[in-house]
Design a protein around this ligand. Structure first.
Ligand code: 4NP
Length: 157
């Protein structure tokens, strides 16, 4: 079974959204995957997803039950096949703590949606509620791109 870790800064807005969206869409696509999320920072450890992220996601039918923020740990680079960063800062922070032989596991999540004009999922934490819908739009597009790729690599699904 392939294992995928979504990573943002706080693990309360973007990566929990990616986890919820990807879990539903992968399941709907018939993929059996291990899916988790984590943050490069640990300030929100143990907290549930931000209520604004949860509300925006639940409106679109995604389930955030059981999610609890945690920090990326060194073992993640052994356990997960793909470690997907929401923005360039997350990408660089992950590279800085990743063993050399696992560096290729780290990708920008939006690399799986090359048709988009942006390459980063912007941090919605300090913005208005519209930011959370924008996060969902980007995450849904990249989820579908990644799922299409995984379906063409049966050993990874
Ligand atoms: P996230 O958003 O990285 O998408 O979870 C943030 C959440 C909290 C903070 C920053 C970004 N913070 O500084 O506490």
């Amino acid at each position: 079974m392939a294992a995928i870790l979504f990573v943002c800064l706080g693990n309360i807005c973007r990566s929990p959204t990616a986890e919820a969206v990807f879990r539903k869409r992968a399941r709907d696509a018939g993929l059996d995957l291990r899916i988790e999320s984590a943050g490069t920072g640990g300030w929100h450890r143990g907290e549930p997803p931000d209520p604004r992220a949860r509300s925006a996601g639940e409106t679109r039918g995604y389930n955030f039950e059981g999610q609890e923020a945690r920090r990326v740990e060194s073992n993640d680079f052994a356990v997960f096949d793909l470690v997907l960063a929401m923005d360039q800062r997350n990408f660089r922070d992950l590279q800085a703590v990743c063993p050399a032989d696992s560096l290729e596991k780290i990708n920008l999540f939006l690399d799986f949606a090359p048709h988009l004009t942006v390459s980063e999922v912007p941090d919605p934490y300090y913005g208005g509620t519209g930011g959370f819908d924008h996060v969902l739009d980007l995450v849904e597009a990249a989820s579908d791109g990644l799922i299409a790729k995984l379906k063409h690599q049966p050993n990874k699904g």
